[in-house]
Design a protein around this ligand. Structure first.
Ligand SMILES: Nc1nc2c(ncn2[C@@H]2O[C@H](COP(=O)(O)OP(=O)(O)OP(=O)(O)O)[C@@H](O)[C@H]2O)c(=O)[nH]1
Length: 518
């Protein structure tokens, strides 16, 4: 994702500034010019970038800063604030309430990903216990209704549309009426898209809006449209009251800067990002953690949320209990591998950690790591329950190893390698023995109290050392190996502690850049 490149360029500019012995006007200007270049390359509108530069210069008056002030921190904070300001229109969008009927209308150009996003939006809410429904008021594109019907059926979401009726306004009104009667709490109306901004599309859109009286109009924008984003978003805003933006295709070549422009044009917040064609490739958009990640400052809370997301809540206390008793079995390793695969691209997850940006993660290694994890899991699929649940290393004798190799179509040495990995991990996890589990198994309490010591258990010692040195270049070559991911949970406090010192305590950092400790 090109947005990763933007983050990388901004982090590098900040890093270069930090390397300078004295921070004077020239160093500040060089840093700002570098950031300006990066933003323009990412398709952020020129005026926005220029305003940002002027604002930062106004805030950071080097002459006024008394000696002893941490100029780097002040500059970094100013850049952080300005980027947040660009993405935060100052007022939140209308938020539908579960159990109370809300009508949400989707608008956007043809191919922006409206229909796909409608289903993702419905699916996201359905998973959270809502009763969503989809109405297809796109009568312009022949396959639109079929597409929506197919997606909705897959996700078991009720839908409404017609092959015969050609009046989108009539369909929209009928669909909304029907689902109101059925007590759906989130009625989503998909509208037609056209090649470009044309009068007929806008008139139709206005009429659909008038007939359905949406509580929220979401403008769906293809993240790769670049500089055109501002005008396009503004044109839609003039006709219907756009209240929120969803930027799609952020997984592809999207430069992402268009998102910033769309916010400025519609004065509406980005609420989600589309990150793939699949139903669950949909991320809630949160300004501060997003900018933190862009600047390579990490997003602790996002990282922990991701972990909570993939380790089922009901498994967390049980897992911790077993680990605290010193029981690390092959089954636990298997379940952990499953969780890792669910976590999604490693680069994306690691970009939530301070010092990382998605760009710094070598792409090629992700596939390799995943293939290795999958290979290990295939071998474990050929094991008996007794083997999976045992903590006795002697159980795995020669004949069992040969049987597993045969059963999984792998070589004996592959099975040996997997068992070696298990032993290594068992040793590491053995250190969890005696861990105090929060009362009632409340794992979120554990993560809320996250500090340097906890983080040191999830990061590899080499990485901690490099983070401490502030040397990000190493990540280009850092061999992210799916299996050594587990070794991230061991040792190496020094680096992280010094990082924390540089940035203030983790608590400071979270309240400054993220959601903060609750
Ligand atoms: N990679 C990627 N593809 C996406 C994403 N969102 C949508 N798409 C794809 O973009 C294409 C167009 O998406 P649609 O949902 O049909 O777009 P639309 O805006 O409804 O199009 P019209 O109905 O013609 O206006 C499809 O191939 C989708 O699979 C995304 O976040 N990432």
């Amino acid at each position: 994702m090109v947005l990763g490149q933007l983050g990388g360029s901004i982090s590098r500019a900040l890093q270069q500034m930090s390397n300078a012995t004295i921070i004077d006007e020239k160093v500040l200007n060089d840093c700002l010019n570098e950031i300006t270049r990066a933003l323009l390359q990412a398709d952020v509108q020129f005026k926005l970038v220029r305003d940002m530069q002027t604002n930062i210069k106004k805030i950071v008056n080097l002459d006024d800063l008394a000696a002893g002030h941490n100029k780097r921190r002040i500059i970094q904070q100013a850049i952080f604030n300005e980027l947040c300001k660009m993405l935060d229109p100052g007022k939140p969008s209308f938020t539908p309430k579960k159990g109370k009927t809300s009508i949400v209308m989707f608008v956007g150009l043809q191919g922006s990903g409206k229909t796909t996003t409608c289903t993702k939006y419905a699916y996201y809410h359905q998973k959270k216990g809502w009763k969503p429904a989809l109405v297809c008021a796109d009568t312009f594109r022949a396959g639109a209704f079929d597409q929506l019907k197919q997606n909705a059926t897959k996700a078991k979401i009720p839908f409404y549309g017609s092959y015969m009726e050609s009046d989108p306004v009539k369909i929209a009104a009928e669909g909304v009426e029907r689902f109101k009667k059925e007590n759906c709490d989130l009625i989503i109306v998909d509208t037609s898209g056209r090649h470009k901004q044309e009068a007929a599309l806008f008139e139709e859109m206005r009429q659909v809006s008038e007939a359905t009286k949406p509580d929220l109009v979401i403008f769906v924008m293809d993240g790769s449209i670049g500089q055109a984003a501002f005008d396009q978003a503004q044109a839609f805003k003039k006709i219907v009251s756009v209240g929120a933006v969803i930027v799609t295709k952020m997984d592809g070549h999207a430069k992402g800067g268009g998102a910033l422009s769309a916010v400025a044009a519609t004065k509406s917040p980005v609420i989600f990002l589309g990150t793939g064609e699949h139903m669950d490739e949909f991320e809630v958009f949160d300004v501060k953690p997003f900018v933190s990640r862009l600047l390579g400052m990490g997003d602790w809370s996002g990282f922990m949320d991701k972990i909570h997301e993939v380790v089922p809540m009901d498994q967390q206390p049980e897992l911790m209990q077993k680990l605290s008793e010193g029981h690390f079995t092959l089954r636990i390793m298997y379940e952990q591998f499953q969780n890792i695969l669910k976590m999604g691209p490693m680069g994306q997850v690691l970009s939530m950690l301070p010092g990382f940006s998605a760009e710094l993660m070598p792409k090629g290694h992700e596939k390799e790591s995943q293939a290795k994890v999958k290979r290990y899991m295939t071998m474990m699929d050929s094991m008996t329950n007794e083997e999976l649940d045992s903590t006795n290393p002697k159980l795995m004798n020669e004949s069992r190893i040969m049987r597993i190799a045969r059963g999984s179509g792998r070589q004996v040495r592959d099975v040996m390698e997997m068992l070696e990995e298990y032993k290594r991990l068992a040793k590491i996890w053995g250190k969890m023995k005696g861990l105090k589990i929060p009362k009632g198994g409340d794992m979120s309490a554990l993560s809320r109290n996250m500090n340097a010591q906890h983080m040191s258990k999830v990061l590899p010692p080499q990485m901690l050392k490099q983070i401490g040195k502030g040397d990000l270049s190493c990540y280009r070559n850092y061999n992210i190996d799916g299996c050594s991911l587990f070794s991230y949970r061991t040792g190496g406090m020094g680096g992280l502690q010094s990082l924390m010192k540089q940035m203030g305590s983790s608590k400071d950092m979270m309240s400054m850049f993220g959601k903060g400790d609750k």
